[in-house]
Design a protein around this ligand. Structure first.
Ligand code: 5MM
Length: 344
């Protein structure tokens, strides 16, 4: 066997090390602008740099964070101590990665459905990112759940894009994180969410197989299976955990080393509790962990408010959330961990 698959596999497995997960800090400029605006922080290149610097230099982060996903602008920036961001992360034992898709656009003739752009010129960009020290990549596509959606063409188009992205990443010796996100928006039931997630995953893994993807050298990033955010149906934590794991067992090949969850707009503690329950369900062939954006950063961002005076408190908030989620991956999170923090 050639050295390449082993190297990819080593990185992929390191990203899902027991007790650790990923920090998704790959918000594109329009997205981070929205997040900053919600808490009154002006958005410019320096405020974005200062915020990512705050996140990445949080002491002890490497105890619960195995890897961090960066955005194109961030991988070109430096920490306050003039160290390139990816180099800094690697120096504290956190694997740097990069979001390489260029966002979603309307799928022509399929109103309301999207496809993800970014394949043009990707081969050259991957070489550049490797030069910056990236060891993995991420590509996200989105599916909304409606009466007649996602449609077959939407699933096929996006699955094809994910497969080409994964193939180009592996060719560049970067571990692809394949993220077909089924959105939580909508009033659909838990059963419908599971059926859609299964169809999407079947389509994606069929495309990955056709494109000869090395499954041992990739990760899947997916949403937990929940009823739609506006659904009258309320599912309990244990039910969500059982359905999520059942859906994944029926769809994700055993050769994939890890499944990492996005938070998708769930509450911070809610996301931790559900992850904890998922990780307690029972043996699965792949490790499961978090790759949260909002559910890790919400508190830190609200605390920081763009002021250097609040930097240490914001870092403490991030470290706390990361610790809780790290414990959740071991099924050891308890509500008391969050009570203690509130009391402190
Ligand atoms: C951090 O948000 C990422 C998407 O950013 P853009 O929409 O600006 O491209 C996203 O891919 C993220 O990595 C995952 O969806 C996880 O984030 P959440 O907040 O859902 O945990």
């Amino acid at each position: 066997m050639s050295a390449k698959p082993t190297d990819l596999g080593t990185t992929a497995r390191a990203l899902v090390t027991a007790g650790k997960g990923l920090l998704a800090a790959d918000e594109s400029t329009p997205t981070i602008e929205k997040r900053f605006a919600a808490v009154g922080i002006p958005c410019d290149e320096e405020s974005r740099r200062a915020y990512r610097d705050l996140l990445f230099t949080t002491a002890g982060m490497n105890e619960a964070i195995s890897g961090t996903i960066l955005f194109d602008e961030t991988i070109r920036q430096e920490t306050g101590s003039s160290t390139p961001m990816a180099e800094w992360l690697a120096s504290v034992g956190i694997i740097p990665g990069i979001k390489v898709d260029r966002g979603t656009v309307e799928l022509p003739r399929f109103p309301g459905e999207k496809f993800t752009e970014g394949l043009d010129g990707l081969r050259a960009r991957l070489q550049e990112y490797r030069g910056f020290g990236a060891r993995f990549t991420k590509w996200r596509c989105v599916f909304s759940v409606g009466k007649d959606t996602p449609t077959g063409p939407c699933m096929e188009t996006n699955a094809g894009g994910l497969a080409l992205f994964a193939a180009l990443s592996q060719e560049a010796e970067l571990v692809p994180i394949v993220e077909p996100e089924v959105l939580m928006d909508g009033d659909h039931s838990l059963a419908r969410a599971e059926a859609v997630a299964m169809s999407v995953l079947h389509e994606v893994f069929a495309a990955l197989a056709r494109h000869r993807i090395n499954l041992e050298g990739m990760l899947l990033k997916t949403a937990m299976v929940t009823p739609g955010a506006r659904s009258p149906e309320k599912a309990g934590i244990e039910e969500i955990a059982a359905v999520t794991v059942r859906c994944l067992r029926r769809s994700v090949p055993a050769a994939v080393p890890g499944v990492v969850f996005l938070s998708g707009g769930q509450g911070d503690v809610e996301a931790t509790e559900r992850l904890n329950a998922i990780c307690r369900v029972g043996p699965t062939p792949w490790r499961m962990t978090f790759s949260f954006g909002r559910a890790l950063q919400n508190d830190a961002l609200k605390t920081w408010k763009g002021s250097a005076a609040h930097r240490a408190a914001a870092q403490a908030a991030l470290a706390h959330r990361a610790r809780c989620n790290g414990q959740a991956t071991l099924g050891r999170y308890t509500e008391a961990m969050d009570r203690k923090e509130t009391a402190a």
